[in-house]
Write a protein that binds this ligand. Structure first.
Ligand SMILES: Nc1ncnc2c1ncn2[C@@H]1O[C@H](COP(=O)(O)OP(=O)(O)OP(=O)(O)O)[C@@H](O)[C@H]1O
Ligand SMILES: [Mg+2]
Length: 283
């Protein structure tokens, strides 16, 4: 791991363009890796079924998982961290003109998106090959979680909380669910319309609904929308740099809590409804 001081001493501002090209290339590689990861995950899942008969195949699946998690967690994260730190240093020095400062900011934003993709791929690998996502439940107030997530977005989100929405859940993981759902609602909403997050108590459960106005998810896609890499519209695959894992991971987290996540899309409104029992069963 490179320290900030080392970065400062060795960093050459002329390398900025090279860094952008590297980042772009790394991004393309990551997307190719994501597609390959899906193929490998499918192969591994099939292998896992066969492995019921063969112990050595089981071992091979475990080795693949360790290798894949190692590559994502370490080999891709470290160089990406160096790129982000170098760009942040450039900005912090305050010697860049407006145009170059915007370039450095783009590198940072690109790096953040790539970090998110790597985290998603790690979760995909854990969930597909490890049998669900582990959670660490503790007393949680969903009112706070909703408020924090809503505040993170620049877009306006209307938040309504009704009744006691406390329970025993994994706070960070639920923030991730809400962040994925609210992020989608903003991204796929018709511009100028309102995104809503409503949380309420419902007997032994807590219900959170995230809704927006916009192009609906077609009825033939809706039943499969929580599968990895699934898109409502074909064009979204190439137009946006997203992997298509947000809903899959959100769904896995809710399932780990013993809850349900359902999608509804009709009459110009798309809504995702999460129901969480309280307290959640032991992890
Ligand atoms: N609120 C929404 N309105 C309309 N379509 C939606 C909405 N939320 C999700 N979708 C559709 O479901 C697809 C899958 O969503 P998901 O969040 O899993 O992936 P993504 O947003 O494409 O990528 P990322 O992995 O960055 O989240 C989206 O590509 C989009 O087509
Ligand atoms: Mg998404």
């Amino acid at each position: 791991m490179i320290t900030e001081q080392e970065q400062d001493a060795h960093y050459d501002p002329i390398a900025e363009q090279t860094m952008i090209a590297d980042l772009r290339e790394a991004n393309e590689k990551l997307i190719a890796a994501a597609i390959r990861a899906q193929e490998l995950a499918d192969e591994a899942a099939a292998a896992m079924q066969r492995a019921e008969e063969s112990e050595s195949e089981l071992r091979a699946v475990a080795e693949f998982r360790e290798m894949f998690i190692g590559i994502l967690g370490h080999d891709l994260r470290n160089p990406l961290m160096s790129i982000r730190m170098a760009a942040a240093l450039l900005l912090r020095r305050g010697q860049l003109d407006e145009q170059n400062a915007e370039t450095a900011a783009r590198i940072i934003r690109g790096g953040q998106r790539m970090s998110r993709m790597i985290t998603q791929l790690l979760d995909l690998t854990r969930a597909r090959l490890g049998g669900g996502l582990p959670i660490e439940p503790k007393p949680t107030d969903l009112r706070e979680v909703c408020r924090n997530v809503v505040e993170e977005f620049e877009a306006t989100i209307q938040l309504e909380v009704d009744g006691d929405v406390t329970g025993t859940w994994d706070e960070d993981r639920l923030a991730e669910v809400l962040s994925n759902l609210a992020g989608n609602a903003i991204e796929y909403a018709t511009p100028g319309t309102v995104v809503r997050v409503k949380a309420r108590a419902d007997g032994g459960e807590v219900v959170v609904e995230v809704s927006n106005q916009g192009d609906p998810i077609p009825p033939d896609v809706l039943p499969f929308i929580f599968e990895p890499f699934r898109r409502a519209r074909q064009r979204e695959k190439s137009a946006r740099g997203n992997l298509g894992l947000g809903l899959y991971i959100a769904h896995q987290i809710v399932l780990s809590h013993g809850g349900t996540l359902d999608a509804h899309s009709a009459d110009g409104t798309t809504a995702f409804v999460m129901r969480l029992p309280r307290p959640s069963p032991p992890a």
